[in-house]
Ligand binder design. Structure first.
Ligand code: HEC
Length: 180
């Protein structure tokens, strides 16, 4: 009889442990939300047109200090449905830069593409939690906003990409064109 009680108790304890460990997996509000991960697929999907054929200004946006904004056209795209809203985690804005020919027409493919990516609060809070990416070279049909794995790609937060963040700090939440 004593032995039976002992086993009964053991059984009860193990059921209790089992229930306890199950309750931790429950959807009881303490589930962790994974931070947004910036992927090539996400970049490829940022195809809502925000503005096309931007030209003028002091900077050419192609990295050449001898040129001005009159030498290029810039097209801006995003995965945001409404660019007039504040950007939140997972929002991606891209810019494709095209050269002008001697007649002032757009030539061929983009020479460089840029991206600004809004990460979770805390990613880089002193610089608005933006990641900055520069992808030199022509984008392709499959990767219309550029290739994240390209060999000359530079990317990082507002400290690593200080020149992007410094100039863009003059915009609204680091954005020049929208929502202003
Ligand atoms: C000297 C100022 C300056 C620097 C440096 C700069 N930008 Fe910009 N950027 C602009 C301006 C001005 C615009 C507005 C659109 C235009 O005129 O092409 C812009 C637009 C953009 C946009 C479209 C969203 C918006 O703000 O309207 C992206 C994306 C972007 N830049 C990315 C970058 C990245 C990435 C870097 C760094 C590699 C960078 N920029 C460096 C001035 C700058």
């Amino acid at each position: 009889m004593k032995k039976l009680n002992y086993f009964l108790m053991l059984a009860l304890i193990s059921v209790g442990l089992l229930l306890h460990s199950c309750s931790d997996d429950d959807d009881d509000g303490d589930a962790k939300v994974e931070p947004f991960e910036f992927t090539q697929a996400g970049l490829d999907a940022a195809t809502n047109v925000l503005e096309l054929d931007i030209t003028g200004g002091t900077m050419a946006h192609n990295g050449d200090p001898t040129m001005t904004g009159d030498d290029t056209f810039r097209d801006i795209y995003s995965n945001m449905a409404d660019a007039s809203m504040a950007a939140t985690e997972g929002d991606i804005i891209t810019k494709r830069v095209f050269m002008k020919d001697s007649l002032g027409n757009r030539t061929g493919d983009a020479v460089v593409t840029f991206a600004m990516v809004k990460h979770a609060p805390g990613y880089d809070s002193i610089n608005g939690d933006w990641e900055w990416v520069m992808m030199p070279g022509a984008p392709t049909t499959t990767n219309p906003n550029g290739l994240l794995t390209g060999e000359r790609v530079v990317r990082g937060n507002g400290t690593a990409m200080a020149s992007c963040a410094a100039c863009h700090s003059g915009g609204t939440d680091y954005r020049f064109k929208f929502p202003s």
